[in-house]
Design a protein around this ligand. Structure first.
Ligand code: HEM
Ligand code: HEM
Length: 185
């Protein structure tokens, strides 16, 4: 996220950790808001062109991404809070430690946090490859689903103008029918 842990001799390390933690806790908040939003506004069904295995893989990876977006900040918080290193959110206020100090629990949270990063990297790489696959190989408009509101409008407009064109065509054929009858005998 931020290169906080990379240079251990940097005197600004503490600050960078705080930036890392502040961004991480913000991601946690946003992920929760997004999940509540998603629950209230369910996404459109997956395209019918997807096979059973593809559907399963898509759902599994999306839910694992959500799990990672909760798990990483939660374990980071555990790591930090129970180790008595409270987070000062972007220097604005101190996030309360809701768990009592415990060195053992802090180490446990730390181990989970450090191990979890690899799962997250794998997931993101897989996710981006899958997106590129849909755009370049399948060309099934999977990316457009994320813009569903605009798409729904565009689809509606297209249907309306198709309907109008059809009406014009039908009327014209109806009007022309007698002369056509004459012509075709
Ligand atoms: C999406 C959210 C987060 C991600 C993806 C993430 C990722 C990471 C990664 C990859 C490292 C490893 C750096 C290294 O290898 O040295 C790390 C370290 C750390 N993270 Fe996070 N983090 C997140 C949120 C948080 C939060 C919310 C906190 C605390 C409230 C936190 C606290 C820490 C601490 C204290 C370390 C230092 C570990 C050490 O090297 O001793 N992280 N984080
Ligand atoms: C180049 C970067 C990325 C692209 C192009 C991309 C693209 C997409 C697309 C097209 C979808 C919609 C799939 C569908 O039709 O249901 C999606 C869903 C999702 N993406 Fe990404 N993504 C990117 C990076 C990320 C990252 C970094 C994360 C999180 C760490 C992430 C988390 C998610 C999640 C959780 C979903 C599921 C949304 C839901 O169904 O509620 N994405 N992404």
């Amino acid at each position: 996220m931020t290169p906080a842990g990379l240079d251990l001799d940097n005197p600004e390390r503490e600050n960078w950790y705080n930036v890392h933690k502040s961004i991480g806790l913000t991601i946690l908040g946003l992920a929760i808001v997004r999940l509540v939003w998603r629950w209230a506004n369910p996404p459109p069904p997956l395209p019918g062109t997807l096979g059973y295995l593809e559907r399963f893989a898509a759902l599994l990876s999306h839910w694992r991404l959500y799990a990672a977006l909760i798990f990483m900040p939660a374990s980071g918080y555990l790591f930090s809070a129970v180790g008595n290193h409270p987070v000062n959110w972007f220097g604005l206020f101190t996030v309360p430690n809701i768990v009592p100090y415990s060195a053992a629990l802090a180490h446990f949270g730390g181990a989970l946090h450090l191990a979890g990063q690899w799962a997250l990297y794998d997931l993101i790489i897989l996710h981006v490859i899958a997106t590129i696959w849909h755009i370049v190989v399948r060309r099934d408009g999977a990316l457009d689903r994320t813009l569903s509101a605009q798409n729904a409008n565009a689809t509606k407009e297209a249907e309306v103008s198709r309907g109008r064109a059809k009406n014009v065509f039908d009327t014209a054929t109806r009007r022309a029918a007698p002369s056509l009858d004459v012509l075709t005998g």
